[in-house]
Design a protein around this ligand. Sequence first.
Ligand SMILES: Nc1ncnc2c1ncn2[C@@H]1O[C@H](COP(=O)(O)OP(=O)(O)OP(=O)(O)O)[C@@H](O)[C@H]1O
Ligand SMILES: [Mg+2]
Length: 872
Amino acid sequence: MAGAGLTPLEVLRRLDAGPRGLVESEAQRRLERYGENAVLPQRPAAWAWRLLGTLRDPFTAVLLGLGVISAVATSWNTACVIAVLVAVSCVLRSAGEYRADRSVATLRELIATTATVQRRAAEESAPLVREIPVEELVPGDVVRLGPGDMVPADVRLLRADGLAVHQAALTGESAPVPKRVPDTPADLARPLFDQPHLCFAGSSVTAGTATAVVTATGPGTHFAGAHRGVARRRTSAFDRSVNGISWTLIRFMLLAAPLVLVVNAVVRGRGLETLPFAVAVAVGLTPEMLPVIVTTALARGAADLARRVGVIVKRLPALHDMGAIDVLCVDKTGTLTQDQLAVDCYLDADGRTDPAVLHWAAVNSLWTIQLADVPAPDALDEAILLAAESLGDTAADSADWVASPPARRERTVSAVRDPAAARATLTDVTGIDVIPFDPARRLVTAVVACPGRHGVHTLVVKGAVEDVVDRCALDDETRARVLRLAERRAADGLRLLAVATADRPARARPYTPADERGLTLLGLVGLRDELAVTADDALAALARRGVDVKVLTGDHPGTAARVCAELGLEPGEIVTGEQIDQLDDARLAQLAADRVVFARCTPAHKARIVRALRRGGHTVGFLGDGVNDVPAMHAADVALCPRDAVDITREAADVVLADKDLTAIDSAVASGRRGTGNIATYLRIAVSSNVGNVISMMVAGVLLPFLPMLPAQVLVQNLCFDVSQLAFAYDRPGAADGGRPSVLRPYAFSRYITVFGLINAAADLATFAILGLVSGGQTAFHSGWFTENLITQALVMLLLRTAPGRVPGALRWSTGALAAVGLLLPLSPLGAALGLHALPYPYYPLLAVVLVAYGAALAVARRSPLAAANGA
Ligand SMILES: Nc1ncnc2c1ncn2[C@@H]1O[C@H](COP(=O)(O)OP(=O)(O)OP(=O)(O)O)[C@@H](O)[C@H]1O
Ligand SMILES: [Mg+2]
């Protein structure tokens, strides 16, 4: 890190920067030099880079390998055709990706994380403070930090005021660490992350403000260093299916080519002259358009989602995974509910209304917000303060804690019907310390000094009922009574908090969770949260699609059950975090699959449940909005969040819902399934006909005294197939495909391609027989087979798509063109160049007979159980 032991001025000088900020033109130069400030650099926008990026997939690598072999064997025709194939594939893919990027770009801006930077228009201009996308930060930039910001790069503080940062992503330490500009030169003996004047990318500001100079950006940051080479997430559903099948095919192809060589050598005594032919067969067997189809199908889906329902797909494979999910786990507040809480009741331990309970809850809320300097006040604390205000507590005036939307304010005021209970104002008490909320402890404690009580500190604790009650000095009977009361109110759908206090001798030492003991219980505060408007429709739609919804919440089991019931989701028996702790992974996997609601979950529980479900063979999505959902989001196949989720949650999400509407999830699932359906159709059809062709080429190679097709012919035919099959990216898969999760199942897939590959080979062999009858010559044989192959391919494309009914335009055109090329190319000069020529007339009616028989065989086989589980 630049300048750990230097004074701020020395650091600025080293970075060739000043406290007034960089000049814009210089910042631009540095951006070009250092690149974007992104840990995983965004896909470069330049065309050349895009094209290079598309060379990385396995099929292209295999094709290039085969091209090199052909060039070495001086088979220039083959090498040229392969080069054309690679070029077509790369151009089409990058065009698809580019279109997809463009369509989400505007939406992406809505959710972009920004940094507050201080820059100057020219050398002598006054500094201007403005927001820029984090990616545009450069070393030497002067940035401002405030509560809730992600630290945008590695920075060195120039000024700091009460700054505390959360650096768990770097150190695993969950408590915020204070940061300041030291008066004396820094103590270099301390570990880097403990240096008080340095903050690092990957951490977030929990309190205070600062001005700092950027010392390193993007790949140069410590965060990037720590995460280099570490996969961000485990293999997703996409990797498992599409990539899995790709590799199976590549292995198959690598076997087939040597087999062709060996068979020809053994049976016909041919030597290395069959090498170009073997290479061509290998190329023919590769579904090299798969990456193009995948990109085009998914990019079209993503663009359509962005335009129609405001869904941002951050990485394309996530859309495939959306189509594959069969379980969607959701957090409750802010997803199923609106997170617009309003106080409904405040009760003492006996269930009687007691304003003192609300008062102390408000003391806790006020000082939590003030002292912990939380980024954005919790909706829960806002609601409590508003309710207290309407009771006469003057919190809102004296402490500008938050500006609330008027609608929320009104609802709260009308909910509190006891204005006579005005109490001592909140600000009479003075905040001393706070032990911030922690989703594992489920408590927050404010330590305050009350007027007129010298030498006494009062701990005010509020949190989940069970956790607060556990820390109170209560007899068993009272304890049971309070828990029963909580259960009754939770069953009404209220979100409940218990409030307790304790007096302690005043002290200077900071307070810790160990002090939260021997409390006096005051009572409960109940809050109501409206259900999200479209949540019930969304759940019903997902159920129709065969996606199980599970609720993973930190809330009370009763509250969770009630919310589910109101949304039409049968809650069944509820599992609690405590029960989860008793289970080993296997039992948890079983339980997680069977049950619907999991309450009192810590972030770790949520992640464990997701992992258990995945281990049980499910493809899992997780929709969450809070910091406490991030571990589960990382564990899931695909992570979703609403647009107003906190920065780091949006960071973790693959799919962001820009509108409040949860039914957008259903659209995303449908779109994912459509994309996957098209990919599956392509794979089934392309691979089964390729397999058929290889079988017939092997057989023909053995039977004939000449090569059954010249290498260039194999490749041109393959190029025609590939181009026509691109139409599948635009197909509408059958309605049935939308009703269940779309996963490519390798076993069903292999069976399918074997059956249809054999039918295809049978048609080819029938053609050979006819060709043998009509004319025996090598050129006639090549031409006849070429025509037959292209037409059968067009037939297969029409007959084996999953969707019944109308054939979309793109497919009609491409199959028509394919058949026309098959019939006409041998008649053209280009055909002559490839060694093809017109066929004798008697051939055509015979060919028609073969084609009709082939079409009938396909139609029958399609209805058989062999094609039923068709691999998608
Ligand atoms: N600001 C707060 N002060 C005190 N207690 C809180 C606060 N926020 C949450 N709690 C308690 O902690 C529990 C867990 O809350 P948390 O927000 O971690 O759970 P969650 O899983 O996000 O819940 P949800 O599904 O409702 O979003 C809540 O049920 C509540 O009892
Ligand atoms: Mg939550």
